[in-house]
Design a protein around this ligand. Structure first.
Ligand code: NAD
Length: 317
């Protein structure tokens, strides 16, 4: 099988590229390096430095490499930035997907996997949240991901292209130090960089209705996320999945902010004490995935622990 991975020079994409090549697939990467790093692309993997807005370039890549399926990972992912620049986020995360999908449909690509996010659920999230629970994204970033899911499904249905959207929860860790997230605004890298600077990690709100009063999230190791893509890509390619579905990609386990910080302090041997500050507006108390459908349909389960995530992220500094 020959797969195009967009955003393959990025944090998650680079792990997906390695997982697909390890599974014996041929991979081509398209990435404009706007946030990605060329050195993350392994030897032997074809790399086309190109924007997704270059429709003619995408057409050439799909045809030259005889692409069977696309894993579309490239996007802009900073929630705060999306609040400041919503128009750019809709252009990058929706319009670029439309261009790519049209070229895939034209080229007769058989399978399309889309990187979505738990951000599509917004505050409406039940705990654990299921794929058929209501989606009410609260930020332009989350809205673009939901719109992307709709677009992928709509074009795929008409074009006869099998599609799947994967809603990642809180992705953390690194498969190897060189692949670590360089633009992270997630809790694990924020806590580790505070520890590195010698400043106390901050807890925003300790009065939530949770066991220890701090927010609870579903942290999933990036290597497990990459592995889910291999299962998804192969199931789609072998027509073992109904087209147009969405699947949660998490562990199904909730971990609190305080638990992450306590583990990070222990792993790094830091004597710092976390400080509790006021709640941040917009934080939901609990966002945890129901992973029953993903595990059943993909025969996949996350295997790595929070300790694995923190240790691998710490080693990557
Ligand atoms: N990191 C997370 O915790 C997380 C959680 C949920 C969903 N996601 C989704 O996963 C995907 C990957 O996230 P990431 O953390 O690897 O981000 P990243 O910024 O590390 O990677 C994105 C990659 O896409 C490339 N890119 C961006 N716009 C492009 C364009 N117009 N043309 C060509 N290449 C382009 C960038 O250069 C980069 O290499 C995104 O779709 C994001 O929304 C990430």
């Amino acid at each position: 099988m020959s797969w195009l991975v967009t955003g393959g020079a990025g944090y998650i994409g680079a792990h997906v590229v390695r997982a697909l090549t390890a599974a014996g697939d041929d991979v081509v990467v398209v990435d404009d390096l706007s946030t990605g790093l060329a050195e993350r692309i392994p030897d032997g993997v074809a790399f086309e430095r190109m924007s997704l807005f270059d429709a003619a370039g995408i057409r050439r890549v799909l045809n030259d490499h005889d692409i069977d399926g696309v894993v579309h990972v490239a996007a802009k992912k900073q929630v705060a930035e999306s609040l400041r620049e919503p128009s750019r986020y809709f252009r990058e995360n929706v319009e670029a997907v439309r261009i790519l999908l049209d070229e895939c449909a034209e080229a007769g690509v058989g399978s399309f996997v889309f990187s979505s996010s738990a951000a599509v659920y917004g505050h409406a999230a039940a705990a654990p949240v299921r794929e058929d629970d209501s989606c009410a994204p609260t930020t332009p970033y989350g809205q673009t991901k939901l719109a992307g899911e709709w677009l992928v499904r709509a074009v795929g249905d008409v074009a006869g292209m099998r599609t799947l959207s994967l809603r990642y929860f809180n992705v953390a860790g690194a498969g190897e130090p060189a692949l670590a997230d360089q633009h992270a605004t997630n809790l694990v890298p924020l806590v580790l960089s505070a520890i590195r600077r010698g400043t106390p990690p901050r807890i925003f709100g300790a009065d939530y209705p949770t066991a220890d009063g701090t927010c609870v999230r579903d942290y999933v190791h990036v290597a497990d996320v990459a592995d889910a893509h291999v299962h998804a890509a192969h199931a789609l390619a072998h027509d073992e999945l109904a087209s147009g579905q969405v699947l949660n990609i998490g562990t199904g386990e909730g971990v609190s902010v305080r638990q992450i910080i306590t583990q990070a302090l222990a792993i790094t041997g830091s004597g710092l004490e976390p400080v509790v500050e006021a709640r941040r507006p917009g934080d939901s108390p609990v966002v945890v995935a129901d992973v029953g459908t993903a595990s059943r349909l993909l025969s996949w389960k996350a295997t790595k622990s929070v300790t694995d995530m923190i240790e691998s992220a710490w080693q990557a500094r």
